[in-house]
Design a protein around this ligand. Structure first.
Ligand SMILES: [Zn+2]
Length: 261
C-alpha cells in the first residue's frame, strides 16, 4: 500500500483551511483517510471566538480517532459524534447557531481486508479506480442542483440554501447533518486506487476541463498529488482574462490524497 498527500494554501500569509490525514494501522490490511475543506466566512463573521483551522483540526482529529477506535460504528455515526464532540468544545463560548459557524466539507474512506466504506458531504471529490482502470466519482452534487440565483451572493446563499432543506449541507455544529452525507460500501477487491480532493485541486477537471475524472486520476498516478496541484496553479496563473475562473478566487486552498491499495 502506498499513500501520497499534498496541500497548498491558496494565498500566502493566510492559513490553509484544508485538513487531511491518512491512517495505516500497524497490523492487518486496514487504513483510511479524512479530507476536510474549511469554509471561509465572508468578512470573518462566524460567531466563533476560534478559527476555521481550529475547527478543522478538532473535527478532523475526532474523525480519525473514532474511525480507528470505533470500527463497529458506520461512518455516518462517526461523523455525527465528531461534530457533537467538536461543538461541545466551544458551545459555551460561541454562537453555534450562526449560519457561518465554522464548517467544512468532508470526505472519509475506511477500509479493511473485505471492503471499503466511504462518506462524502458537500463539494470535495472522491474517486475509485477498479482493477481494470474504470474510474468512478462519488459526489455530493447538491451545490450543482440548487435553484437558479441561490448562489448569487454570500448573503442570499446563507439565507436560502446553506445548511437548509433543499439547499446544501456542510459539517458545522449540527450532528444531524450526517444523515445528508453520501455513503456507500465497495468490495475491496473491486478497488485498486482511491483519490480524494478538495475543490481547489479538483478544479483541474471541474473548472478548467483539462480532462475527465479518469484523466485526473491518471495525473495523480503519474505525477502525484503535488503534480496535480502544480498543474492547477499553472492554469490559474495563465487564465488572466478569467475565462475559466470567472468570479472565483484565483487560487483556493488545494489538497489531494492518492492511495494505491
Ligand atoms: Zn468557537
Amino acid at each position: 500500500m502506498r499513500i501520497e498527500l499534498a496541500t497548498a494554501a491558496g494565498l500566502a500569509g493566510r492559513p490553509n483551511e484544508d485538513w487531511a490525514a491518512t491512517v495505516l494501522p500497524a497490523s492487518g490490511q486496514g487504513g483510511g483517510l479524512v479530507l476536510l475543506d474549511g469554509v471561509t466566512p465572508p468578512r470573518g463573521d462566524d460567531g466563533c471566538a476560534h478559527s476555521v483551522p481550529w475547527f478543522t483540526a478538532r473535527l478532523g482529529g475526532a474523525l480519525v480517532e473514532l474511525s480507528g477506535s470505533r470500527r463497529d460504528l458506520p461512518l455516518r455515526e462517526i461523523l455525527a459524534e465528531s461534530i457533537r464532540r467538536t461543538a461541545d468544545t466551544h458551545r459555551s463560548l460561541c454562537d453555534l447557531s450562526h449560519v457561518r459557524t465554522p464548517q467544512a466539507t468532508v470526505v472519509m474512506v475506511r477500509w479493511d481486508e473485505a471492503e471499503i466504506e466511504h462518506l462524502v458531504l458537500s463539494d470535495s471529490v472522491l474517486l475509485f479506480e477498479s482493477p481494470g482502470g474504470t474510474v468512478r466519482a462519488v459526489l455530493d452534487d447538491r451545490l450543482d442542483r440548487l435553484p437558479p440565483g441561490s448562489l448569487a451572493s454570500e448573503v442570499i446563499a446563507d439565507a436560502q440554501v446553506r445548511n437548509k432543506e433543499g439547499g446544501f449541507f456542510t459539517a458545522a455544529a449540527d450532528p444531524a447533518v450526517a444523515d445528508r452525507a453520501v455513503t456507500g460500501r465497495t468490495p475491496r477487491a473491486g478497488v485498486r486506487a482511491v483519490a480524494a480532493m478538495t475543490d481547489g485541486a479538483s478544479r483541474w477537471t471541474e473548472m478548467f476541463g483539462e480532462g475527465d475524472w479518469a484523466d485526473c486520476l491518471g495525473v495523480l498516478h503519474k505525477e502525484g498529488p503535488q503534480g496535480l496541484i502544480d498543474r492547477v496553479r499553472a492554469l490559474e496563473k495563465a487564465d488572466t482574462d478569467r475565462t475559466y475562473l470567472r468570479r472565483s478566487k484565483q487560487h483556493d486552498d488545494a489538497t489531494a490524497v492518492y492511495a494505491q491499495l
